[in-house]
Design a protein around this ligand. Structure first.
Ligand code: PGA
Length: 227
Protein backbone atom coordinates (compact mmCIF):
# COMPACT_ATOMS: atom_id res chain seq x y z
CA UNK A 1 0.00 0.00 0.00
CA UNK A 2 1.34 3.42 -0.94
CA UNK A 3 0.83 6.21 1.57
CA UNK A 4 1.02 9.83 0.40
CA UNK A 5 0.89 12.56 3.03
CA UNK A 6 0.42 16.02 1.55
CA UNK A 7 0.37 19.54 2.97
CA UNK A 8 -3.20 20.53 3.80
CA UNK A 9 -3.26 23.32 1.23
CA UNK A 10 -1.98 21.05 -1.57
CA UNK A 11 -4.09 17.99 -0.81
CA UNK A 12 -7.21 18.58 -2.94
CA UNK A 13 -5.30 19.97 -5.93
CA UNK A 14 -2.85 17.07 -5.98
CA UNK A 15 -5.54 14.41 -5.67
CA UNK A 16 -7.73 16.07 -8.31
CA UNK A 17 -4.80 16.28 -10.75
CA UNK A 18 -3.90 12.60 -10.15
CA UNK A 19 -7.54 11.65 -10.62
CA UNK A 20 -7.82 13.50 -13.91
CA UNK A 21 -4.61 11.78 -15.05
CA UNK A 22 -6.26 8.39 -14.57
CA UNK A 23 -9.34 9.21 -16.60
CA UNK A 24 -9.64 7.67 -20.00
CA UNK A 25 -12.35 6.35 -22.31
CA UNK A 26 -14.60 3.79 -20.68
CA UNK A 27 -13.13 4.07 -17.18
CA UNK A 28 -15.30 2.43 -14.52
CA UNK A 29 -15.24 4.26 -11.21
CA UNK A 30 -16.68 3.77 -7.77
CA UNK A 31 -17.10 7.11 -6.03
CA UNK A 32 -17.77 7.90 -2.39
CA UNK A 33 -19.78 10.73 -0.94
CA UNK A 34 -19.25 12.27 2.50
CA UNK A 35 -17.32 15.43 3.32
CA UNK A 36 -13.79 14.26 2.44
CA UNK A 37 -13.88 14.07 -1.38
CA UNK A 38 -15.89 17.27 -1.93
CA UNK A 39 -12.85 19.59 -2.28
CA UNK A 40 -11.42 17.17 -4.87
CA UNK A 41 -14.69 16.88 -6.78
CA UNK A 42 -15.05 20.66 -6.85
CA UNK A 43 -11.74 20.99 -8.75
CA UNK A 44 -12.57 18.57 -11.58
CA UNK A 45 -13.11 19.93 -15.08
CA UNK A 46 -16.72 19.85 -16.23
CA UNK A 47 -15.98 17.23 -18.92
CA UNK A 48 -13.78 15.04 -16.68
CA UNK A 49 -16.26 12.15 -16.48
CA UNK A 50 -17.78 12.46 -19.93
CA UNK A 51 -16.57 9.01 -20.98
CA UNK A 52 -16.64 7.31 -17.56
CA UNK A 53 -19.13 5.06 -15.81
CA UNK A 54 -19.70 5.95 -12.16
CA UNK A 55 -20.97 3.56 -9.48
CA UNK A 56 -22.13 5.04 -6.20
CA UNK A 57 -20.37 3.42 -3.24
CA UNK A 58 -23.34 3.11 -0.93
CA UNK A 59 -26.76 4.44 0.03
CA UNK A 60 -28.63 5.04 3.27
CA UNK A 61 -32.00 3.39 3.72
CA UNK A 62 -35.21 4.98 4.90
CA UNK A 63 -34.71 8.48 3.49
CA UNK A 64 -37.12 9.66 0.79
CA UNK A 65 -35.83 10.04 -2.80
CA UNK A 66 -34.10 13.40 -3.25
CA UNK A 67 -33.42 13.80 0.49
CA UNK A 68 -30.21 15.86 0.89
CA UNK A 69 -28.77 13.18 3.19
CA UNK A 70 -29.03 10.47 0.52
CA UNK A 71 -25.68 9.52 -0.99
CA UNK A 72 -27.13 9.73 -4.50
CA UNK A 73 -28.29 13.32 -3.84
CA UNK A 74 -24.91 14.21 -2.31
CA UNK A 75 -22.92 12.85 -5.25
CA UNK A 76 -25.16 14.63 -7.74
CA UNK A 77 -24.89 17.98 -5.98
CA UNK A 78 -21.17 17.68 -5.12
CA UNK A 79 -20.15 16.43 -8.56
CA UNK A 80 -22.44 14.97 -11.19
CA UNK A 81 -24.76 17.94 -11.69
CA UNK A 82 -21.72 19.96 -12.78
CA UNK A 83 -19.52 17.11 -14.09
CA UNK A 84 -21.88 14.59 -15.73
CA UNK A 85 -20.75 11.02 -16.18
CA UNK A 86 -21.48 8.99 -19.31
CA UNK A 87 -23.34 6.53 -17.08
CA UNK A 88 -24.28 6.74 -13.40
CA UNK A 89 -25.39 3.69 -11.45
CA UNK A 90 -26.56 3.59 -7.86
CA UNK A 91 -28.20 1.10 -5.52
CA UNK A 92 -31.97 1.56 -5.38
CA UNK A 93 -32.80 1.36 -1.68
CA UNK A 94 -36.51 1.88 -2.45
CA UNK A 95 -36.67 -1.41 -4.36
CA UNK A 96 -39.35 -3.76 -3.08
CA UNK A 97 -36.99 -6.74 -3.02
CA UNK A 98 -33.63 -5.62 -1.67
CA UNK A 99 -32.02 -9.00 -2.17
CA UNK A 100 -32.75 -8.82 -5.89
CA UNK A 101 -31.54 -5.21 -5.93
CA UNK A 102 -28.24 -6.15 -4.26
CA UNK A 103 -27.73 -8.87 -6.86
CA UNK A 104 -28.60 -6.47 -9.70
CA UNK A 105 -26.07 -3.90 -8.46
CA UNK A 106 -23.38 -6.50 -7.84
CA UNK A 107 -23.82 -7.99 -11.33
CA UNK A 108 -23.61 -4.53 -12.88
CA UNK A 109 -20.30 -3.89 -11.10
CA UNK A 110 -18.93 -7.35 -11.87
CA UNK A 111 -19.72 -6.95 -15.57
CA UNK A 112 -16.40 -5.22 -16.28
CA UNK A 113 -15.30 -4.59 -12.69
CA UNK A 114 -13.96 -1.31 -11.38
CA UNK A 115 -10.84 0.46 -12.58
CA UNK A 116 -10.64 2.81 -9.61
CA UNK A 117 -12.54 2.97 -6.33
CA UNK A 118 -12.33 6.30 -4.50
CA UNK A 119 -13.22 5.85 -0.84
CA UNK A 120 -13.40 7.81 2.39
CA UNK A 121 -12.45 6.53 5.84
CA UNK A 122 -15.05 6.22 8.59
CA UNK A 123 -14.24 7.19 12.16
CA UNK A 124 -14.66 3.51 13.01
CA UNK A 125 -12.49 2.34 10.11
CA UNK A 126 -15.38 1.46 7.83
CA UNK A 127 -15.09 1.48 4.03
CA UNK A 128 -18.32 2.68 2.52
CA UNK A 129 -20.91 1.05 4.74
CA UNK A 130 -18.76 -2.01 5.39
CA UNK A 131 -18.74 -1.64 9.14
CA UNK A 132 -16.27 -3.25 11.59
CA UNK A 133 -16.64 -7.02 11.36
CA UNK A 134 -17.10 -6.94 7.56
CA UNK A 135 -14.95 -9.53 5.84
CA UNK A 136 -13.12 -9.28 2.52
CA UNK A 137 -15.48 -11.86 1.03
CA UNK A 138 -18.69 -10.00 1.84
CA UNK A 139 -20.61 -8.92 -1.25
CA UNK A 140 -22.94 -6.01 -1.88
CA UNK A 141 -25.70 -6.30 0.69
CA UNK A 142 -28.03 -4.63 3.15
CA UNK A 143 -26.22 -3.66 6.36
CA UNK A 144 -27.08 -2.35 9.79
CA UNK A 145 -25.31 0.90 10.69
CA UNK A 146 -23.15 1.47 13.76
CA UNK A 147 -23.70 4.49 16.05
CA UNK A 148 -20.57 6.19 14.55
CA UNK A 149 -21.93 5.86 11.03
CA UNK A 150 -25.37 7.09 12.13
CA UNK A 151 -23.63 10.15 13.60
CA UNK A 152 -21.95 10.68 10.24
CA UNK A 153 -25.34 10.56 8.51
CA UNK A 154 -26.61 13.19 10.94
CA UNK A 155 -23.79 15.49 9.76
CA UNK A 156 -25.14 15.10 6.24
CA UNK A 157 -28.59 16.28 7.32
CA UNK A 158 -30.29 12.92 7.91
CA UNK A 159 -32.14 13.47 11.17
CA UNK A 160 -33.19 11.08 12.57
CA UNK A 161 -30.32 9.16 10.99
CA UNK A 162 -30.91 5.93 9.07
CA UNK A 163 -30.20 2.63 10.80
CA UNK A 164 -29.53 0.62 7.66
CA UNK A 165 -28.03 1.01 4.24
CA UNK A 166 -27.05 -0.77 1.06
CA UNK A 167 -23.28 -1.27 0.89
CA UNK A 168 -21.14 -2.08 -2.09
CA UNK A 169 -19.36 -5.15 -0.70
CA UNK A 170 -15.69 -5.44 0.15
CA UNK A 171 -15.44 -8.22 -2.40
CA UNK A 172 -16.41 -5.79 -5.20
CA UNK A 173 -14.33 -2.91 -3.76
CA UNK A 174 -11.19 -5.00 -3.23
CA UNK A 175 -11.50 -6.40 -6.77
CA UNK A 176 -11.02 -2.87 -8.17
CA UNK A 177 -7.80 -2.55 -10.12
CA UNK A 178 -6.85 0.47 -8.00
CA UNK A 179 -8.26 1.71 -4.70
CA UNK A 180 -7.78 5.17 -3.22
CA UNK A 181 -8.52 6.05 0.37
CA UNK A 182 -8.94 9.79 0.92
CA UNK A 183 -8.36 10.96 4.49
CA UNK A 184 -8.23 14.50 5.83
CA UNK A 185 -8.36 16.36 9.12
CA UNK A 186 -7.07 15.78 12.64
CA UNK A 187 -10.10 13.74 13.76
CA UNK A 188 -9.03 10.91 11.40
CA UNK A 189 -5.40 10.78 12.62
CA UNK A 190 -5.89 8.00 15.16
CA UNK A 191 -7.97 5.72 12.97
CA UNK A 192 -5.60 6.26 10.03
CA UNK A 193 -2.63 5.32 12.20
CA UNK A 194 -4.44 2.07 13.01
CA UNK A 195 -5.16 1.42 9.32
CA UNK A 196 -1.48 1.86 8.37
CA UNK A 197 0.38 0.54 11.42
CA UNK A 198 -2.05 -1.64 13.37
CA UNK A 199 -3.08 -5.22 12.69
CA UNK A 200 -4.89 -6.13 9.48
CA UNK A 201 -8.28 -6.99 10.86
CA UNK A 202 -11.94 -7.10 9.90
CA UNK A 203 -12.52 -4.99 13.00
CA UNK A 204 -10.92 -2.14 11.02
CA UNK A 205 -12.12 -2.82 7.46
CA UNK A 206 -9.84 -0.17 5.90
CA UNK A 207 -6.81 -2.15 7.11
CA UNK A 208 -7.81 -4.85 4.59
CA UNK A 209 -6.55 -2.50 1.88
CA UNK A 210 -3.04 -3.48 2.94
CA UNK A 211 -3.59 -6.75 1.11
CA UNK A 212 -4.57 -4.95 -2.11
CA UNK A 213 -1.90 -4.86 -4.82
CA UNK A 214 -2.63 -1.29 -5.86
CA UNK A 215 -4.00 0.76 -2.97
CA UNK A 216 -3.06 4.37 -2.28
CA UNK A 217 -3.85 6.42 0.80
CA UNK A 218 -4.07 10.13 0.07
CA UNK A 219 -3.85 11.82 3.46
CA UNK A 220 -3.31 15.41 4.42
CA UNK A 221 -0.74 16.25 7.10
CA UNK A 222 -3.41 16.59 9.76
CA UNK A 223 -4.79 13.09 9.16
CA UNK A 224 -1.25 11.72 8.79
CA UNK A 225 0.10 13.34 11.96
CA UNK A 226 0.22 10.16 14.08
CA UNK A 227 1.63 7.70 11.56
P1 PGA B 1 -16.55 11.76 5.76
O1 PGA B 1 -17.10 10.29 5.82
O2 PGA B 1 -15.81 11.92 4.47
O3 PGA B 1 -17.79 12.62 5.79
O4 PGA B 1 -15.67 11.97 6.95
C1 PGA B 1 -16.27 9.22 5.50
C2 PGA B 1 -16.95 7.93 5.86
O5 PGA B 1 -17.64 7.87 6.88
O6 PGA B 1 -16.77 6.96 5.13
Amino acid sequence: MRVEVLPVEKWAGTVAAEFEDRLGPGLRLCLATGATPIPVYSLLASDALASSTVFLLDEFGGLPPGHPGRCETMLRSALLDRVPAREFHFPVVDATDLEIECRRYRDLIDDGGLDLAVLGLGMNGHLGLNEPGSGAQQPTRVVELTPETRDGARRYGANPPPNWGLAMGLVEILAAREVWLLVTGPTKAEVLDGVVNGPVTEQLPASLLRGHPNAVIWADEEAGSLM
